[in-house]
Design a protein around this ligand. Structure first.
Ligand code: X2X
Length: 333
C-alpha cells in the first residue's frame, strides 16, 4: 500500500473512531462493466449511496466501472471477486456464466417473453437455486437488477427472418452459448469484450451486435453505422449485486443485513427506472433515423424454431431441473 493511502485510511479511522469496526477495509471495491450514464452503473451508485447513508459512512464502497479492475475483460470479474481481488460487484449473468454455468439459464433464447417472465424466474424458486449456485462458487449474491432485453442491431439490412442473419458477423458476449445461438441462426458470431465492441463496429470488423436499448442509446451505437434494429426480445440479462465470500464473512450480521437490504432496494429502484425509460429510449433511437423492426408472432416463431438446438446442448450444462423450474415459472406467471 502507498503511504498516502495508509495515511488516508488512518485519518478516516480516527474520524470515524468509535463507529468503524477495526477489521473493516478503508475502501471496498465495487466492479461494474457499464458506468453511471447507463442504468447498470446507476444501480451500483444507488447501492453505494444507500449503504453510505445507512451505515453513516462506516462502510466505504467505491465503484470501478468499465471492467477496469480486470483490465477490461468482463468475463474475469467473477473469478476476481472469488479470489478477493474485487470485493463487490454489480455484474451481468452473462459475464459470470463462464464460471457459474447455471447463469446461462437467462441466455437460453426466447425463454423469457416479457418482463413478468424475468420476475417469475428471479423472484421464485429458480432464482433461489441460481443464487445457491453462485454462493457455492465463492460469491454471496444479494439482490437482482436488470440490464434488459437484448435487441439485435446491424449495419447491413433489416432482420425479419433468420435467413436475413446469414453470413453477418455479429459481436457476442463472453459465454460460448452465444456462439451456438448465432451459429444456429446462420450468422458468424465473434466473441469480444465490451471494450473492444465499439471499435470493431466502427471499423466494420463486425456487422452487428446485441444489447439492451438503453446501451444502444447511451453508447450511441447508431453513430457507428448500426442503423437496423430488430426488437426480437431473445433474452434479457439480469444484474446481480454480490460480495466476495471472503469479504462477506468479515462483516457483522447487522452490516450483512444492511448491505443486502440496500442492494435489494437499489435493484428494485433500478429495474423500475430502466423499464419506465424504455418507451422514451425507443422513441429517441427512432428519431435518430434507426430503422426499427418489430416482429409479428409468426416471424418471432421462426427465430424460436431456429434456435431450439441451443436448448438441447445447454440444458444438461445448466441443469435440467433448473431449466424446467424456470420454464414452469414462466408458464405460470
Ligand atoms: O458487453 C456487453 O454487451 C454488456 C455491456 O451488455 C455486458 O456486459 C453483458
Amino acid at each position: 500500500l502507498k503511504r498516502r493511502t495508509l495515511l488516508a485510511a488512518a485519518t478516516l479511522g480516527m474520524l470515524l473512531g468509535p463507529f468503524a469496526s477495526a477489521d473493516y477495509k478503508a475502501e471496498y471495491t465495487v466492479s461494474t462493466v457499464l458506468p453511471a450514464a447507463f442504468p447498470w452503473g446507476q444501480a451500483a451508485e444507488k447501492w453505494v449511496e444507500l449503504v453510505t447513508e445507512r451505515s453513516q459512512g462506516r462502510i466505504n464502497m467505491k465503484i470501478y466501472s468499465n471492467s477496469q479492475l480486470v483490465s477490461g475483460d468482463q468475463t474475469k470479474e467473477f473469478s476476481a471477486m472469488r479470489s478477493g481481488l474485487i470485493d463487490m460487484a454489480v455484474g451481468s449473468t452473462i459475464n459470470w456464466s463462464p464460471q457459474v454455468p447455471e447463469l446461462n439459464l437467462f441466455s437460453l433464447p426466447f425463454l423469457m417473453p416479457d418482463e413478468q417472465a424475468i420476475d417469475a424466474i428471479t423472484q421464485g424458486e429458480a432464482g433461489e437455486a441460481v443464487f445457491k449456485a453462485i454462493e457455492k462458487r465463492g460469491v454471496t449474491p444479494l439482490a437482482w437488477g436488470e440490464n434488459g432485453f437484448r435487441e439485435l442491431s446491424n449495419s447491413k439490412r433489416a432482420i425479419v427472418t433468420p435467413d436475413d442473419l446469414k453470413g453477418l458477423k455479429i459481436r457476442v458476449v463472453g459465454s460460448p452459448l452465444f456462439q451456438d445461438t448465432f451459429s444456429a441462426l446462420g450468422a458468424n458470431p465473434t466473441q469480444m469484450s465490451w471494450a473492444d465492441a465499439k471499435p470493431a463496429l466502427t471499423t466494420g470488423a463486425v456487422d452487428g451486435q446485441e444489447n439492451p436499448l438503453s446501451v444502444f442509446d447511451v453508447a450511441r451505437i447508431d453513430q457507428v453505422g448500426q442503423l437496423y434494429l430488430t426488437q426480437w426480445h431473445y433474452m434479457a440479462d439480469p444484474l446481480v449485486f454480490a460480495v466476495s465470500n471472503r469479504v462477506w464473512k468479515t462483516f457483522s450480521v447487522e452490516d450483512q443485513a444492511l448491505l443486502k437490504q440496500a442492494a435489494i432496494d437499489a435493484g428494485q429502484w433500478e429495474i423500475k427506472k430502466s423499464r419506465a425509460e424504455l418507451a422514451d429510449t425507443l422513441a429517441t433511437i427512432k428519431q435518430r433515423g434507426v430503422n426499427v423492426t418489430d416482429l409479428t408472432p409468426e416471424q418471432q416463431a421462426a427465430f424460436v424454431q431456429a434456435t431450439q438446438s441451443v436448448y438441447d446442448s445447454w440444458t444438461p450444462r445448466i441443469g435440467a431441473d433448473l431449466v424446467k423450474q424456470a420454464q414452469d415459472a414462466v408458464a405460470n406467471r
